[in-house]
Design a binder for this molecule. Structure first.
Ligand SMILES: Cc1cc2nc3c(=O)[nH]c(=O)nc-3n(C[C@H](O)[C@H](O)[C@H](O)COP(=O)(O)OP(=O)(O)OC[C@H]3O[C@@H](n4cnc5c(N)ncnc54)[C@H](O)[C@@H]3O)c2cc1C
Length: 463
């Protein structure tokens, strides 16, 4: 097939979503001769922040059997893992680095099919810093940090999570001492106390890495509710669900009714010897539909009142890691505080952190060596300083949703521009789909979005 007159599809971002989308395009016979370009700014492909090679062996929060990147082949990851670890089972929580190896190897394998499927595949180690719509010869012109200009008919933005927001109440020097939780050079091995802001899964990563490096230091964690994520159970244990749950969810007239229904069913399942996690798992799949049904006010209510509880039940982590945290709490090495950050200030003796404990009127204060910002990505793209996001914003191609959860997209994942119109041939896949679906952070949801988008691109029907 002649590729010279090919249409070009460019995927920006070679982390999980970009690689999964590329794999699906490469595996499909194209309706048109196609040039597929995958641009990743870091030297490693298929890693992103999550599956990067790091000195600390971070593990997946989800058992191997649920981590396939290919929805139609649920055992794909497990089968890959067993080539390295013959005893690995479906229930095992394997290393995140191994998962990156799996994505990389699967991309490599899929790229062998490129020629057969009418695709010329190119990988570029570069950063896209600008994107401009044009009429000819293609729809988009991408400017790369190296100065290269790339013309593309269709562009998939798979840019991952934006960085966390700077500490809300901090002087500039204190912000410099507030560190990226995965940056190992900043994990000092001293014994001075450490302060961690946020109590979700990023905190779990940070505490486990700090604990591995220094077994005596105190770690203080602050979050508004002081809730810890709950633990996973084995994949195999699954209790039958009340068949009325779907029906009840379908007819629940409000957020309050949804919450009441889910809580009642989870309690009943638990009381009957089952596992509430099965209910959460079931509801999770219904969330995109439920979320789209909620009014703006109800979504706000969810964020304010329900989200902290949903998050700890939904974003769980392996039981042994939970046991480690509990052991650290029992020996007072780890203290979880519920409260509100008031002030962070760099002093000669360290960083002074002040917070107001929940329900209290007086402030508490600690002098610590470092503050780890584990508050999670700042999804408000109006604040993101990444050059490509700045360009997308300035050109009016990307529009933040009203609640600043991500960006607006249509059903085909095309970006909605600031005039409210879907951008032809410009797509987004990744965690910012939360704006439309709420559940869009984990492999289970993202692989489906990436695969469906790739299918539409391959069939030439995405635009
Ligand atoms: C700590 C952590 C643990 C997680 N654990 C699990 C788990 O156990 N199970 C699970 O199901 N999910 C897990 N997740 C969620 C999920 O798997 C990830 O968030 C997922 O990797 C998101 O994929 P992504 O492609 O959107 O982002 P990423 O994988 O981060 O990829 C984005 C890529 O885009 C590149 N990029 C960005 N901008 C540009 C640009 N302008 N030009 C070129 N390249 C660019 C970046 O360098 C990066 O490689 C975890 C997430 C985190 C943060």
């Amino acid at each position: 097939m002649a590729i010279d007159s090919a249409r070009t599809i460019t995927i920006v971002g070679g982390g999980f979503c970009g690689v999964v989308a590329a794999i699906h395009v490469l595996r499909s016979r194209q309706s048109l001769p196609t040039r597929l370009v995958l641009v990743e700014r870091s030297p490693d492909i298929a890693r992103g922040a999550t599956y990067a090679r790091r000195p600390h062996p971070f593990i997946l929060n989800v058992p191997a059997a649920r981590m396939s990147a290919t929805p139609s082949d649920p055992n794909e990851f497990l089968a890959f893992a067993q080539t390295r670890l013959p005893d690995a089972t479906a229930e095992d929580f394997l290393s995140r680095e191994l998962y990156g190896d799996y994505l990389e190897a699967t991309l490599q394998q899929a790229s062998l099919l490129a020629g057969l499927n009418g695709i010329r595949f190119e990988r570029l180690h570069d950063e896209v810093i600008d994107l401009d719509a044009c009429d000819k010869p293609t729809r988009y012109r991408l400017t790369l940090a190296s100065g290269v200009v790339l013309n593309s008919d269709e562009v998939v933005l798979a840019l991952g999570n934006p960085p966390a927001a700077p500490l809300p109440i901090a002087d500039r020097s204190a912000n410099a001492l507030s560190v990226n939780p995965w940056n190992p050079e900043q994990w000092s091995a001293s014994q001075a106390p450490i302060f961690v802001l946020g109590s979700g899964l990023t905190m779990v990563d940070t505490v486990s890495a700090l604990n591995a490096r220094s077994s005596d230091r105190e770690i203080h964690v602050l979050s508004r509710h002081g809730l810890l994520p709950l633990s996973q159970t084995d994949v195999g244990q699954s209790s039958p669900l009340d068949p009325a749950l779907d029906e009840a969810l379908r007819h629940a007239p409000s957020l309050r009714a949804i919450v009441r229904t889910v809580t009642a069913v989870a309690r009943r399942v638990d009381a009957e010897g089952g596992d509430w996690r099965d209910v959460v798992m079931h509801v999770r799949h219904a969330v995109p539909t439920l979320w789209r049904r909620l009014t703006l006010i109800e979504r706000q209510r969810f964020l304010r009142h329900v989200r902290p509880y949903w998050d700890v039940h939904r974003h769980r982590f392996p039981t042994p890691a939970r046991a480690t945290l509990e052991r650290l709490q029992a020996t007072r090495r780890l203290t979880i505080h519920a409260g509100y950050l008031r002030h962070v200030e760099a002093t000669l003796g360290g960083i002074r952190v002040q917070w107001r404990p929940r329900g209290a009127t007086t402030l508490r204060e600690l002098l610590v060596e470092r503050v780890f910002n584990c508050t999670g990505p700042d999804y408000d793209v109006t604040r993101c300083q990444d050059p490509l996001w700045v360009a997308l914003r300035e050109r009016g191609y990307a529009k933040a949703d009203a609640l600043r959860l991500g960006i607006e997209t249509d059903d085909r994942l095309a970006l909605i521009n600031t005039a409210g119109v879907a951008m032809s041939g410009l797509y987004y896949v990744g965690p910012m789909l939360r704006a439309t679906y709420w559940e869009a952070t984990a492999v289970a949801e993202l692989r489906g979005h990436a695969a469906r988008l790739a299918e539409r691109l391959s069939a030439g029907i995405a635009h």
